[in-house]
Design a binder for this molecule. Structure first.
Ligand SMILES: NC(=O)c1ccc[n+]([C@@H]2O[C@H](COP(=O)([O-])OP(=O)(O)OC[C@H]3O[C@@H](n4cnc5c(N)ncnc54)[C@H](O)[C@@H]3O)[C@@H](O)[C@H]2O)c1
Length: 334
């Protein structure tokens, strides 16, 4: 299967590596010509995945039209805020029968659309049944090193999600399928916000009890929002829900966790983000999550607390106190 990967950052390169390790010819495309040159010349992506050799069947191409020509599978892995722009460029070159797998996670801030909503708006109608969405607990660096990883591919058309499952699956990368695109997408976005809260918790030195409670209650509010938007509750207990949430909330490898930890230690947001040098999508996701919670009239106290710390001048400690002293209620409140 001829594959094109749009986005040669950490996740795009790791996913390209998984496909190429299966023997598929893979072409990665990006706007960053230096990264593409590095991949072509050294067989590595030194900027995003230093020290990792990429399979020989992975190549890089600077022209999108060439990268996707004859591609039977196109994987979209640019940051979510540029997915619309890249999909607009892709549309005219996309083969009508090509499978499209979006591995970007996020909700567009202006429109509050999930990536699925964006792609349905931008890509030709005939390609919509071919759309799939990959998510789950997967740090790029571990996938690139072929450490065991399991993810979910969601899509409305069974043949499409099964074909993408087959294309990616191998000894170190196990893919499950799901029909629940909304559940998989909302979980993949909002977990970044909870990860910031989890980092704050650790930055404040709150300990393991607090983090376990936060992850659990975080999952409750992610589920509330996802179900209000049409998801199946069971999806949120799966790899793209609980799985990804546990991963993101408990590891230094998570950029969002590191942002939260810096804030918990009392550092200004600007300094923490500048030090990171890469996009921490939870910082933007906090705004879209809160806007969606308001639109769907869903109570999301942890996300609201993160928003208040990021954008409303509350300190992490004040936010934690406010969360702990809210009105008491049953654990399952509908
Ligand atoms: N890194 C991970 O472990 C991981 C895991 C799962 C999902 N994701 C998701 O994958 C997506 C990409 O994340 P990442 O970690 O690879 O990001 P990254 O910052 O490592 O790389 C992003 C890449 O996109 C390119 N890019 C930016 N704007 C572009 C444009 N307009 N046109 C073409 N290319 C452009 C950049 O040059 C860069 O190479 C995000 O939505 C993220 O949530 C990441």
């Amino acid at each position: 299967m001829r594959c094109a990967v749009l986005g040669a950052g950490s996740w795009g390169t790791a996913l390209g590596g998984i496909l190429a390790a299966k023997g598929w010819p893979v072409t990665v495309w990006d706007i960053d010509l230096e990264v593409l040159e590095d991949i072509r010349i050294s067989g590595r992506n030194s900027r995003y995945l230093p020290g990792i050799d990429l399979p020989g069947t992975l190549t890089a191409e600077a022209a999108l039209s060439v990268a996707v020509a004859d591609a039977q599978l196109v994987v979209l892995v640019v940051p979510s805020h540029v997915t619309r722009r890249v999909a607009e460029q892709l549309g005219p070159h996309l083969h009508p029968d090509a499978l499209v797998c979006c591995a970007a996670k996020g909700i567009e801030i202006d429109t509050l659309q999930t990536m699925s909503g964006v792609l349905h708006e931008v890509l030709p109608t005939r390609t919509h049944p071919q759309l799939t969405f990959l998510s789950g607990p997967s740090f790029a660096v571990e996938v690139a090193r072929h450490l065991p990883t399991a993810v979910t591919v969601a899509g409305t058309r069974e043949a499409a999600r099964r074909a993408v499952q087959e294309a990616f699956s191998g000894p170190s990368f196990r893919v499950y399928t799901s029909e629940d695109v909304m559940g998989v997408e909302v979980a993949g976005c909002v977990k970044n916000v909870v990860a910031i809260a989890s980092g704050m918790c650790d930055g404040l030195g709150f300990g393991a009890n607090a983090r376990a409670a936060l992850i659990t209650r975080g999952l409750v509010e992610i589920t509330r929002l996802a179900v209000a938007m049409g998801a199946q509750p069971v999806t949120l207990a799966g790899l793209s829900g609980m799985g990804d949430l546990i991963l993101t909330c408990s590891s230094e490898l998570s950029r969002n966790y590191r942002v939260g930890r810096g804030l918990g230690r009392g550092r200004p947001l600007g300094d923490v983000v500048a030090e990171l040098g890469q996009v921490a999508e939870g910082v933007v996701n906090a705004r879209s999550t809160l806007a969606l919670a308001r639109r769907h009239q869903v109570d999301m106290p942890i996300s609201a607390a993160v928003h208040a710390v990021l954008y409303e001048g509350l300190s992490a400690r004040e936010a934690a106190t406010a969360l702990m002293t809210r009105a008491l209620k049953p654990e399952t409140d509908g």
